[in-house]
Ligand binder design. Structure first.
Ligand code: SF4
Ligand code: SF4
Length: 171
């Protein structure tokens, strides 16, 4: 976690409920090394394959493949144990940044919601929080373009049929 005077209360709220953790190829590599499993095993056991449907300003649509972390029947991340992250030292970049992900700085509604949910943010004036670098998405898009948007090829795995999710429906 980053940010002036922010202290994570280790409540696990950000690892449950609505919201998705997006995995980038570097996250997949870190997790497989940490768990000591082949990439295919990580993908099969711990992730869902989605295609994000994004409305373009031009009126068209863009479809981007992503892996997101799977949740259990109670909508908690599979790595959440006793409110703590079982893969703490190898957690995905999005988890490392939480709650200071890019939306925190760009989406007032999102920021209000997360501030209500995260006890670590209560009572803090969040004017000096550090915004994380945003080149991760750009890097990922370049990688996808280079490989014909074939995420399975990039990761060297066989992916299941994806769920197509409109970006507007994803929290
Ligand atoms: S919701 Fe906030 S306080 Fe709770 S675990 Fe997540 S970052 Fe920490
Ligand atoms: S990987 Fe760890 S920090 Fe990220 S959502 Fe799962 S339990 Fe929480």
């Amino acid at each position: 976690m980053s940010g002036n005077s922010f202290i994570c209360r280790r409540c696990g709220a950000c690892c449950r409920g609505d919201g998705s953790v997006f995995l980038y190829p570097e996250d997949v590599a870190t997790l497989t090394a940490h768990l000591g499993v082949p990439t295919q095993t990580l993908v099969d056991r711990y992730t869902d394959f989605i295609i994000l449907e994004i409305a373009e300003e031009s009126g068209g649509w863009r479809y981007l493949p992503y892996l997101i972390l799977k949740k259990n029947s109670e909508q908690a991340c599979l790595f959440l144990q006793n409110n703590l992250c079982a893969v703490h030292t190898a957690k995905p970049a999005q988890c490392r940044e939480t709650p200071f992900v890019p939306e925190f700085f760009t989406d007032p509604a999102w920021r209000t919601e997360v501030t209500e949910r995260c006890p670590g943010l209560r009572g803090i004036v969040p004017d000096t929080f550090v915004r994380p670098p945003e080149d991760r998405d750009e890097r990922y898009l370049s990688l996808l373009r280079e490989h014909g948007y074939n995420l399975g090829k990039i990761l060297g795995v066989i992916l299941p049929p994806p769920r197509i999710i409109p970006a507007a429906d994803l929290s």
